[in-house]
Design a protein around this ligand. Structure first.
Ligand code: BDR
Ligand code: CA
Length: 326
């Protein structure tokens, strides 16, 4: 029996690691394991205009320009928070967007993400998996406009949070949660089965220039392969300045772990937890909290990944990227 394809909406803010996650997903689409229903872009790593362009150009580059890209809702609770342009480049794509082919998508005429999420989830209730690898502004906007809509997703898989380790936006806050805490709070209150992939494990996913070069060898002429190498070079450099990898060469492909969960689940270990978002802390706004003392499952709303087999996640990602560029 042929297993059915996983239907996915990717909610993303490219972002170097988002770009790698999207390319990995496109390989899985090419291999017919997944169907990409839409990409909803978000204001986050860089402004919504740039995340829209980044995602659109990646789809164009890989030959998937027929997939709808929605633009991000502006006006979450991210007032005054600096974006991550210094780490990801001012365009979010290592300042490489201008090297990519023009795309036909227009930010001005694109639909907003909440509209697309509501339409797609209503059209296929219980069938679509949302992969959320950015601030949760769009998901929360959809839930506010159409209460209960997020329950119509098959699953919601979130890269976000930090439980036993420090944050990366603030001492306690991880970027995707702390950037728009009100949105995170709405999403974490909407179901009991969220899948959460926090910094605790993604800090182990160090993608290197060597891995990028190795992928490129399969087809050095491929424009995608060239982007993989150039983007990795950029991200490795900025990640060093921000000490993202404790001095090791490489950069963190946080967002890619969501694909590992869906397609290589043997690489992750989870615990059941009741996750709460700190929305009013004096010093800790954006912190994700669960009770480490008790293992009670009462009131649990999430599965939180606590361990990752980083070697095999990176290996699976590399092999799939090779298939994309062949
Ligand atoms: C998350 O924050 C962003 O900067 C990355 O793209 C990732 O989604 C990691 O904390
Ligand atoms: Ca991201």
């Amino acid at each position: 029996m042929t297993p059915s394809k996983v239907k996915i909406i990717l909610d993303t803010d490219p972002g170097g690691d988002d770009a790698f996650a999207l390319l990995w997903l496109l390989s899985l689409v090419k291999q017919r394991y997944a169907e990409l229903v839409a990409v909803t872009t978000v204001d986050g790593n860089v402004h919504a205009k740039y995340t829209f362009t980044g995602a659109s150009k990646l789809l164009e580059l890989a030959g998937f320009d027929h997939i709808e890209v929605a633009k991000g809702i502006i006006g979450g609770s991210a007032h005054g928070i600096e974006d991550a342009g210094l780490l990801h480049g001012i365009d979010g794509m290592g300042n490489l967007t201008h090297t990519l082919p023009e795309c036909t998508n227009s930010y001005f005429t694109a639909r907003f993400a909440d509209e697309v999420l509501i339409e797609k989830l209503n059209a296929s209730p219980g069938e679509i998996t949302i992969i959320a690898i950015a601030p949760l502004t769009n998901l929360a906007a959809a839930e506010k406009k159409s209460p209960g809509i997020l329950k119509k997703a098959k699953d919601i898989i979130i890269m976000g949070g930090a439980f036993l380790t420090s944050g990366n936006l603030t001492p306690e806050g991880e970027f995707n949660i702390a950037y728009d805490v009100e949105a995170a709070n709405i999403v974490f209150s909407c179901r009991e089965d969220l899948v959460v992939l926090p910094l605790d494990i993604t800090r182990k996913l160090i993608f290197t220039n060597y891995i990028a070069q190795n992928i490129k060898k399969v087809n050095p002429e491929s424009a995608i392969a060239q982007l993989i190498v150039s983007l990795a070079e950029f991200m490795c450099q900025t990640s060093q300045s921000f000490r993202e990898t404790s001095g090791l060469e490489g950069f963190l492909v946080h967002d890619a772990v969501t694909l590992a969960y869906l397609f290589y689940p043997e690489t992750l270990l989870f615990r059941r937890a009741k996750v709460r978002i700190e929305t009013k802390g004096e010093w800790t706004t954006g912190k994700t909290v669960f009770d480490h003392r008790h293992k009670t499952k009462i009131g649990a709303n999430a599965w939180v990944a606590m361990e990752v087999d980083a070697v095999n996640v990176l290996a699976a990602m590399s092999e799939d990227l090779k298939i994309l560029i062949r």
